[in-house]
Design a protein around this ligand. Sequence first.
Ligand SMILES: Cc1ncc(COP(=O)(O)O)c(C=O)c1O
Length: 438
Amino acid sequence: MNSFIWHPNTQMKEWETFDKITHAKGVWLFDSKGNKMLDAVASMWCNVWGHSKKDLIKAIVKQSQKLQHSSMFNLTNAPAENLAEKLVKISPGMHKVFYSDNGSSSMEIAIKLALQYWQNVGENQKSRIVTLENGYHGDTFGAMSVGYVPEFFGKFKKQLFPTIQIPAPNKYRIPKGFTFSDYENFCLDKIENHFSKDNKIAAFVMESGAQVAGGVLIFPKNFQKKIRKICKTYDVLFVLDEIATGFGRLGSMVQYTEQKSTPDIVAFGKMLTGGYLTMAATLASKKIYNSFLGEFNEKRHLFHGHTYTGNPIAAAVSLENLKLYQKENLIKKIQKKSKIFEKYYDEFLKFESVGDIRHKGMLMGIEMVTNKKTKTPIHPNKSINKIFFEIGKKHGIYLRTLGNIVMLVPPLAISEKELDLLLNRTIQTIRSAQKHIL
Ligand SMILES: Cc1ncc(COP(=O)(O)O)c(C=O)c1O
């Protein structure tokens, strides 16, 4: 088949063809050849209820018969209004919602809000952003600058704006001479050191609860809370990215409530629409929002907006999605199901090629190594994604690895039986893939 599509994050030369997905139901994707695969990455971490969920389809159909799209420029619409109210209600400390249509854009907005806030309040010198190493916030230029993953973005380094990066505590790879708790304190001290010496810092930006794309790094308890506290002490804005980790992925509706670390600005995306349409939201506190108010000629308003900002169909399906979270008690169910992953820890760790597993809620990262003792990473030139994808497919699962990490990020409402099946099939996949790695 001759295709005109250029696929994301893909060496096109390596892939002659792509399986064509024709339809999907529940956790299963069906291709044009009649094969089915369990969607182990929730279609890029966004699918909540599985595919073809009737209530969500109905919400889309109903809204699309009334109003398909109408702009947020000078106008508003009921689904976007109702959704904003719901989002503010579930997000303590937040006051207003700025819509966009993907996670990267919602982070661009978060960055702009944080930078302009300080100009609004007359502290123009505050213009620097501090972040964590290996945080990921999207693929656009601002998002790449604050979420600089060297393997992904090295080619654009010169064009990115400078940020200050602080190491993030990784229990599996603690530098020599440190205990884990020493190292956590070392990272926190670094933040405090920067803040105490530099009055130009505008904001600290981090993923909430865990770094996902940068290696499935689950933050130790209270780490995020302590950073929040340091930000307060030194009057630095605290900006959270819950695009991958909010909405139940880590076992809480809003991860920062569990982390006891209310931000000034937070971004949601991915699972907001249940994974059916594209929408993201940046929420800001009253303090941030009020600083943007003024006379027109002061030009304090936010110069940002996208064509599909506040799209009513995306908002309607998000509202239905939120209703279902409550009706089906999804967060409680996730907390229970999360324990199923734990049963498999030992089996994964028995493999010579598995160095570490990291898991929280409905997210698991399996770190592959070539030498368990020395923790030697797989050579970056080796395309392990292709290996795992092909072998996973043979075992009936759709997998996508990130770097050395095999990611398990299933639809949140996956049944207990299906989750067992996924974990068993992942074990079989590793067993077959191992010889290509060691
Ligand atoms: C934490 C985080 N932030 C931002 C993004 C970017 O979202 P999008 O791909 O919708 O632009 C992602 C995507 O994976 C993410 O994981």
